[in-house]
Structures are given as C-alpha cells and as structure tokens.
Design a protein around this ligand. Structure first.
Ligand code: S3P
Length: 168
C-alpha cells in the first residue's frame, strides 16, 4: 500500500518520508523531486521562468503518471500545495493512504524563516504569508486526508509510530 504524506511547507514531509521509508521498507518518492527531474531545473526556476500555474500543471502530471504506473509500495512525499488543487484530491485517494502531517504556523516560521528555495514564502513578511496560506489551506488538507498526525513537539520516533499505527 502506498503511504502519501501531505502537509504545509516545513511540516517535515521529506525528512519523515526518508525515515518512514526505512521503517516500512518501502521506497520513497517525492513529487517535488519528480517535477524537478522532469523539468530539468529547480522549482524556484520553474516559478521564475513559467509561473505558479505551470508548476501546478507539472505537479498534476506527476501525480497522474504515478497512478498510471500503478506502483503500490511506496512512501510518497508531496509538495505542500499539491492537495490544494481540487482535481488532485481524488487522485491522491486513489493512489494510497493519505496522511496529513499537521503543523502550527509558528513551527513552520521557525524552520523556514531563512529558506530561499520556496517561492511562495519569499519577500517581506514570511510569517504573514505562512499564517495566511495555512489558514486558507487547512480545510483542503483535512479533506484530502485519511489520517491526521500532529507533529509539533513530537520526536521523529513518535511521529513514525503515530503514522504506522494509523496506516497499518
Ligand atoms: C509549495 C510547496 C513546496 C513546493 C513549492 C510549492 C506549496 O514543497 O512544492 O515550492 O505550494 O506549498 P514543500 O512542501 O516540500 O516545501
């Protein structure tokens, strides 16, 4: 069974994905990395050259391809905006068990205040951007999720246990 990790930027999808991949002995895929591989450049460059809409199309295409290929035993880390596109949500459900890693805006800010790789958080007031985007997205994450795991204040060990208890 595929296990899909969704959640806001900085919630730990990629890091937890790596650890979960070892724990469950399932190979890891990362939609951001697949988009970058297909495009031959970074997400930052895609946003700069072609804009967000183009990135969203590439992200959707990656999801469709994963479904088409029919792989069943992966851990799949996703980009933070992927479940926000409504047409992606039924595809995620078809692809596997969807786990929402829920994080507070304070934790995201602490982790990403110096980040330069996420186009949506650049500019004057990243904290404000995080608060706003998260409030806007919360509902979509909950809708997309089969399970919700709160990550704030928990060790990786605890988070992995929470995830595996839910999906197994
Ligand atoms: C985005 C999240 C990023 C990446 C892109 C857009 C978003 O992935 O897909 O910068 O819209 O939340 P991470 O969640 O891995 O940072």
């Amino acid at each position: 069974m595929n296990v899909i990790l969704i959640g806001f930027m900085g919630c730990g999808k990629s890091t937890i994905g790596v650890k979960l991949s070892y724990r469950m002995r399932q190979a890891l895929l990362d939609t951001d990395k697949l988009v970058e591989k297909n495009a031959g450049c970074s997400i930052k460059e895609i946003f700069e050259r072609e804009g967000e809409d183009s990135f969203r199309q590439k992200e959707h295409a990656v999801l469709e391809k994963l479904l088409e290929e029919g792989g069943k035993n992966y851990i799949i880390a996703t980009g933070g905006g992927l479940p926000i596109q409504e047409n992606n949500r039924p595809l995620l459900k078809k692809l596997g068990k969807v786990v929402y890693l829920r994080v507070t805006p304070e934790t995201v800010y602490a982790r990403l205040k110096h980040d330069k790789t996420r186009p949506l958080l650049q500019g004057d007031n990243p904290q404000e951007k995080i608060n706003h985007l998260m409030a806007e997205r919360q509902h979509a994450y909950e809708q997309a999720a089969d399970y919700i795991v709160d990550v704030d204040g928990k060790s990786f060990e605890q988070i992995l246990t929470d995830i595996t208890e839910k999906v197994q």
